[in-house]
Structure formats: C-alpha cells, structure tokens
Design a protein around this ligand. Sequence first.
Ligand code: URA
Ligand code: CA
Length: 435
Amino acid sequence: MRMVDLIAKKRDGKILSKEEIKWIIDEYTNNRIPDYQMSALTMAIFYQDMTDQEITDLTLAMAHSGEVVDLSSIEGIKVDKHSTGGVGDTTTLILAPLVASVGVPVAKMSGRGLGYTGGTLDKLEAIPGFKIELTEETFIRLVNESKVAVIGQSGNLAPADKKLYALRDVTATVDSIPLIASSIMSKKIAAGADAIVLDVTTGDGAFMKNIEDAKRLAKTMVRIGRLANRQTMAVISDMSQPLGEAIGNSLEVVEAIETLQGKGPADLLEMCYALGSQMVVLANKAKTVEQARLMLEEALSSGKALAKFREMIQNQGGDDSVIDHPEKILTAKYVFDLPAKQSGVITKLVANELGIAAMMLGAGRKTKEDAIDFAVGLKLCKKVGQSIEAGEPILTIHSNQPKEEIQEVIDLLYKNIEIGEDGAEPPLIHAIITE
Ligand code: URA
Ligand code: CA
C-alpha cells in the first residue's frame, strides 16, 4: 500500500477499507508514515467525512495500537463513563461509589490531563493518603471484592491517538466529528470498557459549542459503539455554566461528599442520576432507566452510596475522616466573597472563563509540569436564573494569595458574570441518545 494513494482516495470522497485504515494506523504509530502525509489525510477526512464503518475501523485500529487492558477477570459488565469536558465536573467522584453501591463494577482508569481544575485523579489525591497507583492485581481484587477502584492510566493506552491528537491540534483538524468520535472511543475501548456512557457537553464551557453538533457527535459515538460491540448511550448536557457549585479540587471532593449525603446541588445530583441510571442499565442491573433511577435514589437516601465512598477511600489508603470533617481539606488561607455590584437575576456565569479563573488561583495546570494547589477554587452561591441583591455574594473565592494579589482573577470573574433584569435557569439535559 502507498499512503499517497490512500490520501487521494479519501480526498476524492471514497471509502477506505478496514485493511487500509489498519495499515495507516500501524504505520503511523511506528513512525513509518510522516506527519505531513498524515496531516493531508486528516484534512481530507475533515472535508469528506467518514462512514460509520470507517469510523469504527479507525476506532478499533487506534484502540489496538498499544496496550489493551484486560478486565475479563472482573465479574460483570464493566461500564465506563466519559465526559467530553466540563468545568467543575464532579460527577465521576459521585458516580463511582453511587453505581458501585447497586452492584455495578466500576474499574475506572482516570487521567490527569490539562484542565481548568485537576482531573479525577487530582481530586482524589486531595484526600490525604489516597493512592492512585495500585498494582493491576490489587486493582482487580478491589473491584471484585468492593465493586469500585479508581487508578491512574497506564502510559501506553492508544498511542496512535496520542500522536494523532497532537498532530490535529496543530493542523486545524481537531473539530472533525469522525476524528473526535474515534479518538474518544478508542481510549475507552483500550481501557477495557464493555459498555460506555457518554456525557457530551455543549455550551461555552464545552468542546461542542452548539446542540446540533453535540447531537451529531453523540449519535456517531453511539452507533460506532454498537458496531464495535460496546453498547453505548449518551446524554447531551448543558455546560454554559459550571456544573454544581464547586470548582477546584478539595472543594469538589467536599461537594461530592455533600451530594452523597443528599445535601449537594440539585443540578449535579440530577446529572449523576441521568448518567448513573444509564450505567446501571448497560451493566444489566436494571431493565429500564426509570427502574435504575429508583435504585440509585434508594442507594443515596439509605446512605449506601456514601458508605461505598468511605469504603473506596479506605481501600485505597485514604483518610476517610474527611467525610465527617470536610473542613480538614478546605485549607485555603483566604476565603472571601465576590459581591454583586447590582441587584437582579444572574443571566450568565461563563463556564470556561470561570474555569480559567480557578486555574489562575492554582486549581489547574497550565502546563503538564505545573503543581496543583488542591485547596483553592471557587464556590458559587448563585446560579443562572437566581435573583441576587447588590452586595450579596455571587461566589466565594478560596485563595492562597491575599486579595491584592489576585485582582486579575477578580476582574476576570466580574467580566464573565452577568446580572440582568430577568433570566431563566437553562435546561440541564438537552437530549438522551440511545441509538
Ligand atoms: N477529546 C478527545 O479525547 N479527543 C478528541 O479528539 C477531542 C476531545
Ligand atoms: Ca462542581
């Protein structure tokens, strides 16, 4: 095979075969296809699109370009959850113990990633002692005995995607639905998922800025999941404002604890029920999402889900007294309010900009090498659609620098919070895609 012929084929809108796609990915992973030819191909895909079968073949080829995690010694259907990105997204911390408490095995491999706040791993490390590096043997034993464990991702999952994503990033080919769908699904399959629940976010804080694109991406991933023998469902959720109230690592751990205690923000809890009930159905623990939701509501109100979180923290060496004394990890030196400058209704809390503000306080990484300050972040007092009086706090800032030194953060926050005369709460879930 010659790469130039395959580039021409896609340029002319023809369909690549499974063998051709597999050859391209193998050769590219092993540095036998240069970046300039791969860039030409990704640009051809950007313009010509791919069929569901081509995307599935690309997904599977990338999934098998490195290590594929074998979770077959864990009993039951392993369901993984993936979000296409959000601000203050605390769902994984809540969902892992919540669905495990109704018998769904959660063998979660998480990343750190670059983001406004840390990834799930960073948030868990905000719990003193919590170990995210376990041997594979311990990981599998814990999931079999306790139904839940969360560990750091191994280095060699889907190396083809890593290389291709870096190339897309500098060749203006990130925004291509077949390329995004295969990128996400290849990593889930390499991580050993039997079934996948996707949270496709939309709005300012998300990758997909509008609902139509989010729906197209979700439908594509659900269809290729089926073709690859991984049952897949998706929720299209709103990320125009942050999810929940907390943005920042320790703050989000505390928010997760409060949610599992039934005292969390309503939108975050609703999101967890929506995603969790799909996970329960895909794991074959309930027939319908309605039945699954009732199971999860019972697990939460009876305290079973919180007990599971405690067990997970203990199993992984963490200090579970944070559940009873969350103030232990809220150690920022300064906590001050950001007061409203006028009365009215909150009409905008621009999610990605609030995320950047939290990152500037030290809650996230600007580069891979940065250290995270677990204690800092933002806690919203109001959300879009709620009314506020002048002088009342819109949010509180948890900072390790005095107010004088974070004027830039304060300015950024005011610039991205709007108070108007009237405004409504945005819908949280725009659609649920099951086929
Ligand atoms: N997230 C991914 O993992 N891959 C993409 O291509 C885009 C978002
Ligand atoms: Ca949150």
